[in-house]
Design a protein around this ligand. Structure first.
Ligand code: NAD
Length: 355
């Protein structure tokens, strides 16, 4: 029996997770062996237990075969002390579970080619995988803080650090993926300015020797951002640091027309993972039945494929999403001008019907 931990989180999190669970319920009725238990994280964790990653939530996640997460964060928590804010819960669970490899596919469904802000021929058929390092770099580096200078003004500081072993494991993760895709890997850094990037580049080149079939290239992050909007189809797999990957994967997300369509996976060295939509908790549309649940439903498909070995069930979900889009069903975020739109629940129901 596959056991999963379900962490709905805040904002639209509970709404989109409810639709993902409808899909899992339908698969279960068809014989998929799966059970789940829910627990709070983020602002919900703070409300329930005084911290964004309650101990019971972490224990449940540790014991599960995989974790399904909605999203965290909300304006009501923005004034909390930094360590108690919802986003800290997310950083903490990634670190506690050693989820160092974040896979963010940017795939443009042909049915949605007109939703992209780029010209149709630049993005039609787009299929990029961004592999982002998730537990190191400047988001975790010490020392960090805000200090008082002798001059009387304050100074904020963070540290971008990567050890060779951290670079090597994310590079291997990316090469492994490139090997089963288009065999092209672009490593993104800022080696013209940063020493940490120099070591990144040298280490990627060393690991590349073990993957002779994969064509490897290097690109500075500023150029990579530009190339992603100029000619995105030149990329197959991209690998980069936590900070650069955070930004580049949002650019790649937008190429596909909606952040509401994109799933993601974060894996440890054994392939155990946490699965979540790329987008945040969207407080502006929370509680309005307006969120697109497809990124979360597609995250369930990734979970079945990468952590639970249930390939047939994953295929069924992805096919059902394709069918729903072909039927012309759209939530507001993926609708073209003049399209009739449906809500979160109706979209979830449509996917279940299409299964
Ligand atoms: P966001 O992704 O929540 O929202 C950005 C825009 O996209 C908003 O206009 C929102 O309405 C829209 N959007 C997002 N998801 C959507 C969906 N499924 N369907 C339709 N529209 C959708 O990013 P933000 O506004 O920068 O952040 C809001 C909160 O989310 C903050 O507290 C932030 O810290 C948090 N956040 C959490 C995560 C996460 O949990 N992984 C990621 C990013 C941001």
């Amino acid at each position: 029996m596959n056991k999963i931990a379900v962490l709905p989180g805040d904002g639209i999190g509970p709404e989109i997770i409810a639709e993902a669970l409808k899909v899992l319920d339908a698969l279960k009725a068809d014989g998929l062996e799966i059970e789940w238990q829910e627990a709070p994280i983020g602002g919900a964790g703070y409300d329930a237990a005084g911290k964004p990653l309650p101990d019971d939530t972490l224990n449940l996640a540790r014991q599960a075969d995989a974790v399904l997460l909605g999203a965290v964060g909300g304006p009501q928590y923005d004034t909390l002390e930094r360590d108690l804010r919802p986003e800290r819960g997310l950083l903490a669970i990634r670190q506690e579970l050693s989820l160092f490899s974040n896979l963010r596919p940017a795939i443009l469904y042909p049915q949605l080619a007109d939703a992209s802000s780029l010209k149709h021929d630049l993005v039609a058929g787009l299929n990029i995988m961004i592999v982002r390092e998730l537990t190191g770099g400047i988001y975790f580096g010490q020392p960090r803080g805000i200090r008082d200078l002798d001059s009387g003004e304050q100074q904020g500081y963070n540290t971008m650090v990567y050890s060779e072993s951290e670079i090597e494991r994310i590079a291997r993760s990316a090469f492994d993926i490139a090997q089963v895709r288009g065999k092209k890997l672009c490593s993104v850094d800022k080696a013209n300015v940063l020493e940490v990037s120099e070591l990144w580049r040298e280490t990627v080149d060393r690991v590349a020797k073990d993957y002779p079939e994969v064509e490897v290239s290097h690109m500075y992050v500023d150029n990579a951002a530009m190339q992603l909007v100029r000619a995105p189809k030149q990329f197959d797999v991209m690998v980069t640091t936590n900070l650069f990957g955070d930004i580049l994967s949002d650019i790649a997300a937008m190429l596909t027309g909606s952040i509401g369509m994109l799933p993601s996976a974060s894996l440890d060295a054994q392939g155990k993972g946490m699965y979540e939509p790329v987008h945040g908790s969207a407080p502006d549309i929370a509680g309005k039945d307006a969120a697109n649940p497809l990124a979360t439903i597609l995250s369930v498909a990734m979970m079945l494929r990468y952590s639970l070995g249930e390939t047939a069930a994953a295929d069924r979900i992805e096919d059902a999403v394709g069918k729903v889009l072909s039927q012309g069903l759209r939530t507001a975020d993926i609708a073209a001008e003049g399209d009739k739109t449906i809500g979160t629940k109706a979209m979830g129901d449509a996917v279940v019907a299409a299964l």
